[in-house]
Write a new protein. Structure first.
Length: 471
């Protein structure tokens, strides 16, 4: 382990902080297992397996799609609402695990109590859902010199931009050769943004970590300032100065620019996404039949939400950034706890009161995810305040793990109720236990009861009977 020097005497308590561990030589740093050797192939085993699986999976998918393209497209058109619901639920679950894993990392890095088993192991099993490539691939073993925070920042911020530019150039060349204009640029941008928002908390966190330095008492040699997350990087060095300028630019591109760009693009279609002067049922019907919205791929970000919440994807992205990146502005455990408790509570209330999704079962699912985040935050508060015994902490840890497993199982099984009934998490839990909600008692005219299509895919009617709710 590398420790900055010189430190001729222990620093006073006012300046003392924990050095983030780093590895050097023939070792790389693993979040779960500490320093591991690059020799023996153990550093590359996971990367090789992932590459092989990705290549085989991509090849199989390409062959199947090439041979069954027509049947696949017919199946997609017939089940588009069901597929979109599963995608939204999976995205919500991935966001949940990202937020919880990053909150746990932030909490322990500033001196918070460690989460006991079995929930700690559960978070480690699903840590890959953070989609942080640098924690999976041993880049320290690829560099002759140490792979520091600047290298990580360059990798995670430039690769998405290169992919976007490459896809746009390929599309431009294809259209030039085929002499067609199919509006592929909009489709590429919307697809890129959808993928970017999955990894945006990780990228934004790396960017925000670039601004925090810690000062250490060097005795007679004066104070020394090092980057908090990478003590091998001197904050007084030219290398850090270059990194700081680059991080400021990337701050405008990712945590600020990406949500703002989506909002501006959606704002151009606000009148179509939320037609003025019509009720919600009619607005949803118009959106589905609007040829302009169908052509503009970017509007897909709003189609799963009720018309007046056309901007909700932007808010949801900001919520995730607050809990994973903005939390880094806090300096100690007390400030961090207060910040995440406030954000977790306020965002839960907003989610529960707005019920933004057209599919109210999906809204209840997202509310449950928000509850899970707040419960985890309160659990961290209990651990830090020593209000639980060791046995109680383990029991709560087990309950959190079981609740997460239930969410995962619910994603993989069943489609859920497609009613417009306002459904709270308690009702959702009842539906989960019973395999769904019988709609007959609440909305007799709901076309879903007869297996009909049409607006049912968007959640069904919003008549007085549907507004009674399940409480």
């Amino acid at each position: 382990l590398q420790v900055p020097s010189p430190l001729p005497r222990p620093p006073p308590q006012s300046l003392r902080t924990t050095y983030p561990p780093t590895s050097e030589g023939d070792f790389y740093l693993s979040d779960s297992d500490g320093c591991l050797s690059c020799s023996g192939g153990n550093a590359w085993l996971l990367l090789v397996v992932l590459l092989i699986v990705a290549m085989i999976g991509g090849l199989v998918a390409f062959v199947i799609f090439s041979n069954q393209q027509k049947r696949i497209m017919i199946f997609y058109e017939q089940n588009i609402d069901r597929l979109n619901e599963h995608i939204e639920r999976l995205t919500a679950a991935v966001s949940l695990m990202q937020i919880i894993s990053i909150l746990n990392t932030t909490h322990t890095s500033i001196g918070g109590s460690e989460v006991p088993s079995p929930y700690l192991e559960f978070m480690q099993w699903f840590s890959f859902l953070t989609l942080d490539v640098v924690t999976i691939v041993p880049f320290d073993c690829m560099w002759e010199d140490q792979f520091d925070h600047l290298d990580k920042l360059l990798l995670q911020t430039l690769v998405p931009l290169f992919l976007l530019v490459g896809a746009e150039l390929f599309s431009w060349a294809y259209q030039l050769v085929k002499k067609v204009d199919e509006g592929r640029s909009q489709h590429i941008l919307s697809t890129w943004l959808a993928l970017l928002f999955l990894v945006l908390p990780v990228i934004s966190r790396v960017v925000c970590q670039s601004f925090r330095c810690e000062t250490y008492d060097g005795g007679d040699n004066g104070d020394h300032s090092f980057l908090f997350v990478d003590s091998s990087l001197d904050c007084d060095s030219d290398r850090y100065g270059i990194m700081l300028i680059f991080a400021l630019i990337m701050m405008l591109v990712y945590p600020v620019g990406a949500p703002l760009a989506l909002f501006v693009l959606l704002l151009q279609h606000k009148q179509r996404l939320d037609p003025p002067g019509v009720d919600e049922d009619e607005a949803i019907k118009r959106r589905k039949e609007d040829a302009v919205l169908a052509k503009e791929s970017i509007t897909k970000f709003s189609m799963v939400y009720r018309p007046k919440y056309w901007f909700y994807e932007v808010y949801n992205t900001v919520r995730r950034l607050l809990l994973t990146s903005a939390v880094l502005v806090t300096r100690d455990l007390g400030e961090t706890t207060l910040f995440i408790v406030c954000v977790g509570t306020v965002t839960l209330v907003i989610e529960q009161e707005s019920k933004p999704h057209i599919n109210q079962f999906l809204s209840a699912f997202c509310q449950t995810c928000c509850w899970q985040i707040l419960l985890f935050i309160l659990y961290l508060l209990l651990l830090d305040s020593d209000l639980t015994t060791e046995g109680q902490a383990v029991w709560i840890s087990a309950l959190l793990m079981v609740s997460n497993i239930c969410l995962i199982v619910r994603i993989m099984t069943g489609v859920g109720a497609r009613s417009e009934l306002p459904m709270d998490p308690v009702s959702w839990a009842t539906a989960s236990a019973g395999g769904g909600i019988e709609l007959t008692d609440f909305a007799v005219d709901n076309p879903l009861n007869s297996g009909g299509g049409g607006d049912a895919g968007e959640g069904g009617p919003r008549g007085p009977a549907a507004r009674q709710g399940v409480h």
